[in-house]
Design a protein around this ligand. Sequence first.
Ligand code: ADP
Length: 434
Amino acid sequence: MDALVRRLVIRIVLRACGAAAVLAAAGWLLADMPIAGALAGLVLVLVWELSVQVRAAGELSQLFDPDAWPGGAFSFAELPQQLSDLETRTEEAEQRLRKVLKALRSTARSFPDAALVLNDQGEVVVSNRQARRLLGVRKRLDKGRPALKLIRDPEFRNWLQRGGKDLVRFKSPEKPDSWLEAQRVPYAEKQFLLLVRDITTAVLADKTRSDFVANASHELQTPLTVLTGYLESMSEDEEFPERWSDPVQHMASQCDRMTRLVRDLLELSRLETSETPPGFAPLNMMEVLGDAVQVAMARSSGQLDIRAEIKSQRPLLGDEAEIRSVATNLAINSVAFTPPGGEVVLRWQANGAGGRLSATDTGIGIRAEHLSRLTERFYRVRGEGSPVVPGTGLGLAIVKHVLTRHEGNLEIDSKPGKGSTFTCHFPTKRIGDE
Ligand code: ADP
């Protein structure tokens, strides 16, 4: 008999004898019935042990998989067998886990992107084979070194130091002609995964497209100037046949539209390809917003209340032409989408936390589902009773590019039927002293 079971049987027999002896003595003293007392003692102990066994079996079968017990009941006799089955199952699970780990390691090795696990100090915990090829990170030697010491590109440094939101593009530290893109993904507690992929082909394709658009736009400028010139002469010529007056006007307005499109495409392409960051010239915001208000007033034909509010004398530090383009684009949009009688306010505010240039209107507003797409090239809200307003669909794309170049960002707040506020946020380093 198993030692455990033997000990259990001895304990039950001893308890039964003890109880029988005590109750036999009590029965003899009280009623002169020692045998009945002893029997009662035995029955009591057996009932007690039975209830203990039933409870223990219940608890054990909850601990272990009930299917593992024949008939769903726990039994001590089968305990050794069950334990050995449990051991076998644990070994099998371990083997399965080892296989999964092996598969994971080989996936990480054949992964086309570089993957680095960094701790909360930004130091390398683990790196894969591609990290060596793309970033020159050595598996063992660079373990524990800060990622910023391994990838010294300023774009990457700024991005990681600002918390690594969205994606960042930077030149490969290994091959200066290659472009890389990094993404920061939360990984485990106090760790994150840095995924870096080679995007050289996509960057080159993008550049080819951008060069093509810039060249085509540039080539269109001269024919458009010639056409516009002739159309102007025709409309001013008093001897020109009257019946041609409407078609000439129509052609002139289409030429004007194409000229604006070409101008915006060239500006966008210049912003996209420019490798020189904007300077830090202190801009007189009163003048910048004042001029944008003048342009907006000319467009509104006096039907809107348009004004500028300068809430801070601290200047914005940036590129004047680019910031003027932002203010004018926002002002023109506010005028275009605000019905007569409405109000448009351009505002400049700045303090120690940064600066804000905003355009608020009481216009038609924009439905929430369009907001995230407005800065895409040529994205315009159509249908749903939106007015057909002439425009290129490039204004907000230009605004976004200028802001990115000035380390800022655009926030759009709008309520359909009530109006919109477009706010350009600038960081502290772009705000000068009074
Ligand atoms: P464009 O104004 O030339 O169409 P934009 O890129 O400047 O191009 O704007 C894209 C679209 O965003 C507009 O066509 C319009 O649908 C919407 N939009 C921009 N500004 C406003 C505004 N202030 N109020 C309502 N809709 C606006």
